[in-house]
Write a protein that binds this ligand. Structure first.
Ligand SMILES: Nc1ncnc2c1ncn2[C@@H]1O[C@H](COP(=O)(O)OP(=O)(O)OP(=O)(O)O)[C@@H](O)[C@H]1O
Ligand SMILES: [Mg+2]
Length: 257
């Protein structure tokens, strides 16, 4: 299968105006993601994870190297790449349903089709009954599910997520992780997921890429061959799960400055 997202020798240097010096955020990162693959990128704080995702989203440009999606070089943001941030990406003045319908509306889809898409994604993320609530009337976990639905309703080629569950409590977080794996498996979504939680990465992913401390370089690219569907109650005592977690922990800590 041909790769969907390819990064070739990507580096990113920022100019720090305070220190009057260059900061190398990311160095010579090459990776390829196949269609329907769920790939996580982990690494210590400041190693360039968000920088990499922002470049894939087209919000920032590499200093060297290039990134392509479906063979086309990324030059700016596009609906083919849907982004979910750590903070909720919802329009606060719109209801759950209106937030989800936002993308289909931009595409000028007919009303009946927009409504069908909205219904489908409301159900998919378990927000039936909350269609007419505004973001401030939802819990943190529900808001994040609405944000995922809003992005998926755009039918993106690749879903980009930057620590989307960092702000929710531990129990909700596990629940959202289980839901996300179920949804993306059903929808066959290609996902690039950023986190610094190693267990989260192992739980969710087909493959975990570990970056070193800044400047981020790839120090591991590990296939996670745990069966799906995945559930925390089954995996929490699974020896293979623990082995993946320990191997990635060693990779990251072994390279820390
Ligand atoms: N716009 C910018 N201007 C200057 N430096 C920046 C900018 N954005 C990021 N950096 C620097 O680049 C490095 C990588 O930042 P980045 O946000 O990508 O890290 P991260 O891996 O996402 O960290 P965290 O886990 O804390 O979110 C950091 O040293 C940061 O200070
Ligand atoms: Mg970050």
């Amino acid at each position: 299968m041909t790769d969907l997202l390819v990064a070739r020798n990507v580096s990113k240097t920022y100019f720090d105006t305070v220190a009057n010096d260059n900061v190398v955020a990311l160095e010579d990162v090459s990776l390829a993601i196949r269609p329907h693959e769920f790939v996580s990128v982990i690494g210590p704080s400041g190693c360039g994870k968000s920088t990499f995702l922002r470049m894939v989203a087209g919000l920032d440009k590499p200093t060297a190297g290039e990134i392509t999606v479906s063979g086309r070089k990324i030059t700016g943001p596009g609906a083919d790449r849907g982004m979910v941030f750590q903070e909720y990406a919802l329009l606060p003045w719109k209801t759950t349903a209106a937030n989800i319908e936002f993308g289909p509306r931009l595409k000028k889809l007919p009303k009946a089709e927009r409504e069908a898409i909205t219904r489908r994604f409301v159900e998919l993320v378990g927000l039936k009954g909350f269609e007419n609530k505004y973001p401030h009337q939802l819990s943190g976990g529900m808001r994040q599910r609405a944000a995922v639905a809003r992005v998926l309703a755009n039918n993106p080629t690749v879903l980009l997520m930057d620590e989307p569950f960092a702000a929710v409590d531990a129990m909700t977080r596990q629940h959202l992780q289980e839901e996300l794996t179920a949804i993306t498996a059903r929808e066959r979504t290609t996902v690039l997921f950023i986190t610094h939680a190693i267990e989260e990465a192992v739980f969710l992913s087909d493959r975990v890429i570990a970056l070193s401390g800044r400047p981020g370089r790839i120090v591991a690219d590990l296939a996670i061959e745990l069966p799906r569907p995945r559930r925390w109650d089954a995996l929490v005592n699974d020896a293979r799960f623990a082995a993946y977690r320990d191997e990635l922990t060693r990779c990251i800590h072994g390279t820390k400055a």
